[in-house]
Structure formats: structure tokens, C-alpha cells
Design a protein around this ligand. Structure first.
Ligand SMILES: Nc1ncnc2c1ncn2[C@@H]1O[C@H](COP(=O)(O)OP(=O)(O)OP(=O)(O)O)[C@@H](O)[C@H]1O
Ligand SMILES: O=P(O)(O)OC[C@H]1O[C@](O)(CO)[C@@H](O)[C@@H]1O
Ligand SMILES: [Mg+2]
Length: 324
């Protein structure tokens, strides 16, 4: 193996640049040429790739976003586009591909492996929604950004003795909501994985106020309900309160990656290169008990579901269990 390529796909995530840097540096350590594919699978199909140099990744470890740009390109589900992608790679004499992205991007990597082209996945998504791994690159940064925003909102919430409903991202997963909610000391955390009773949420908020709190926070995962809808319904249960809703939205995908995201991105970027050199394909990397682990894409994605940290969710319920 002399040449490999790397791309980023799906929603960007802080730490993707750190992973790209590690792929390039580890590739160079092994005497490989590393190509960067721009604009995800779309760029791959269109042949939008070039040789990376140290200059491309210099300074990038501390930057959010992805220097390779990203794309959502549903057309990559079509076999003809997957075959075109392989033709482009072969034209450049590239023997292996590293795909940094979420669960959707891993399906793209899998399709290439099934057609005989070696591909390896690195989990890069703020959602933390990939089965197998406990952790995805960008999650820690997104939670940190969300928490910073929630803390700021709590200042004004306290001044006006308000209840704020704060919608966080995560697509179908409640991970960002749980972590940001526990870290913020939220009165309630609403996630798609657990049902909730609006009257019970209202009771908890009211009980908190009665016990001396001067504001309340409800952290709502986008996959559970839209914030406007939630606020409208919630207000009917607490007509005496001033309630505001806010969606943090794409701010959660921006900013410098945290140390944790940079370290795991660097470890996984380097490991992906090592695996390609060992002849592995159809696998992805993840983190288990703070160590890089290897997962089979088919086995793990098709037979497992992502699980949220139920223990943290339950802990928050216990900590907010107050009587009126
Ligand atoms: N079944 C599939 N087969 C081939 N390619 C796929 C498949 N599903 C998704 N992809 C490719 O992966 C891209 C990214 O997928 P998706 O939009 O689901 O984001 P993701 O990688 O899960 O990241 P995130 O959820 O963080 O945005 C798609 O736009 C498409 O190009
Ligand atoms: O940037 P887009 O395409 O609007 O996608 C937003 C989605 O992407 C993510 O930020 C990452 O998957 C989700 O949390 C969110 O639902
Ligand atoms: Mg996804």
C-alpha cells in the first residue's frame, strides 16, 4: 500500500481536523502518500481530491469544522455512484480510504468495502449515536458548547425567575441532552428514548420553585419534540410562570474541539492508518473504557442499537424528585 485517502462526511464535528492531521502524519510516518477528498462522498464521485501536505494540517488540530469540507449526498446509496467513486480512487492509485463521519457515512464506507475497496470508519458526529462505541469525536465539544450557552441563559433566567426550555441537537439520540442537562443541574431532561408526562414535568418545576429555586431549566433533545411545540404545551400546565424556549441549533457544531475530542481523534486517526496497512477493512474505530477499539461495520451497525446513558438519566430524575 503506497497511497491512501481520507474524507469527512455528514454533519461536521469539532475534532475532525485533528483526525485528518493524525491520518496524514501517521501515513507519512509509514511512508505513505495521503490524499484528501473534498466534500465527502460527493467529492469522491466527482474526483475532487488531492495530495495533502503538512502545510494543509498545520494549525488544524485546534480548529472546529473540517478542512476537507463535508456534504450530505444521498445519491451515494446508488451503486453506480459507489462504483464511480472506486474508479476515481483507482485512477489515483489509492489503495485504502478512511471515512470520518457518523452512522450514515459508515454505511457509505461499508458499501465500498462490499464492492472490494478497503475502507475504515472513524466516528465523527456530535450526536454520539453510533452503536458499539461509547464515544464519537465532537460529542464532548458539542456538550461543552451547549453547557456554556445553558449557563449563560440561566443568568437571565434567574434574574426574571423564568423557566427556560432549551432544545439541543442529537438527531434521534438524547446523549447531548443528558450530558448537558446533568452538567447544568436541569430540572428536567426530555429525550426521545424515554417517555415523559408533561404534568409531571410541570410538577417538578413547580416543586423546585417552592423549595427556593429562582429559575428552572428543561433540556429538550430535538428528537423528542420541537421546542415551540413543547413550550406551548408546557405553558398550559404552568400558566402562572414566565416561560421561554430557545433552540441552540448549529452553534453546537462550532468552536474549538475539547482536549478529549482532540486526543481521541488523534488516536483513532493514527490507528485507522495502521489498520489499513495491516489489510483490515469493513471496520470502524471507537472508544471503550477510554481505549481505542475495533468494530466490524456489518456486525455492529446491523445487529446493535445505540444506547443512551440510562443511569445518568435516572440520576437526574432522582436529584429533581421534590414534593410540592
Ligand atoms: N445507506 C447508505 N449507503 C451509502 N451511503 C450512505 C448511506 N447512508 C448515508 N450515506 C452517505 O453518508 C452521508 C452522510 O450520512 P448522514 O447524512 O446520515 O450523516 P452521518 O454520517 O450520520 O453524520 P451526522 O449524523 O453527524 O450528520 C450521506 O449523505 C451519504 O452520502
Ligand atoms: O446541518 P443539518 O444538515 O441541518 O443537520 C442537522 C443535524 O445534524 C446534526 O447536527 C449531526 O447529525 C444533528 O444533531 C442535527 O439533527
Ligand atoms: Mg448520523
Amino acid at each position: 500500500m503506497k497511497r491512501i485517502a481520507v474524507l469527512t462526511s455528514g454533519g461536521d464535528a469539532p475534532g475532525m481536523n485533528a483526525a485528518i492531521r493524525a491520518v496524514l502524519n501517521q501515513g507519512m510516518h509509514h511512508g505513505l502518500e495521503v490524499y484528501g477528498v473534498y466534500h465527502g462522498f460527493q467529492g469522491l464521485v466527482e474526483g475532487d481530491l488531492r495530495l495533502l501536505t503538512v502545510n494543509d494540517v498545520h494549525h488544524q488540530i485546534k480548529l472546529g469544522g473540517t478542512l476537507l469540507h463535508s456534504a450530505r449526498y444521498p445519491e451515494f446509496k446508488e451503486r453506480k455512484n459507489q462504483e464511480r467513486a472506486i474508479e476515481q480512487l483507482k485512477k489515483q492509485k489509492i489503495d485504502g480510504l478512511i471515512v470520518i463521519g457518523g452512522d450514515g457515512s459508515f454505511q457509505g464506507a461499508l458499501s465500498l468495502t462490499k464492492l472490494g475497496f478497503p475502507a475504515i470508519g472513524i466516528p465523527g458526529t456530535i450526536d454520539n449515536d453510533i452503536p458499539g462505541t461509547e464515544y464519537t469525536i465532537g460529542f464532548d465539544s458539542a456538550v461543552t458548547v451547549a453547557l456554556d450557552a445553558i449557563d449563560k441563559i440561566s443568568d437571565t433566567a434567574a434574574s426574571h425567575e423564568r423557566t427556560f426550555v432549551i432544545e439541543v441537537m442529537g438527531r434521534h439520540a438524547g446523549d447531548i441532552a443528558i450530558w448537558a442537562g446533568v452538567a447544568a443541574g436541569a430540572d428536567a431532561i426530555i429525550i426521545p428514548e424515554e417517555s415523559f408526562d408533561m404534568e409531571q414535568v410541570a410538577y417538578t418545576v413547580r416543586a423546585g420553585r417552592r423549595s427556593g429555586k429562582d429559575y428552572s431549566l428543561i433540556i429538550l433533545a430535538e428528537g423528542a419534540m420541537a421546542v415551540d411545540e413543547f413550550v406551548a404545551e408546557f405553558k398550559e400546565h404552568v400558566p402562572e410562570q414566565s416561560v421561554r424556549g430557545v433552540a441552540l441549533s448549529h452553534i453546537q457544531r462550532g468552536g474549538a474541539p475539547t482536549a478529549r475530542d482532540r486526543v481521541f481523534a488523534t488516536s483513532m486517526g493514527a490507528k485507522a492508518v495502521d489498520l489499513l496497512l495491516e489489510g483490515q477493512a469493513g471496520v470502524y474505530l471507537g472508544i471503550n473504557e477510554e481505549r481505542v477499539s475495533i468494530f466490524d461495520i456489518v456486525e455492529t451497525l446491523e445487529k446493535n442499537e445505540h444506547k443512551v446513558r440510562e443511569d445518568l438519566y435516572k440520576l437526574n430524575l432522582e436529584l429533581t424528585d421534590r414534593d410540592l
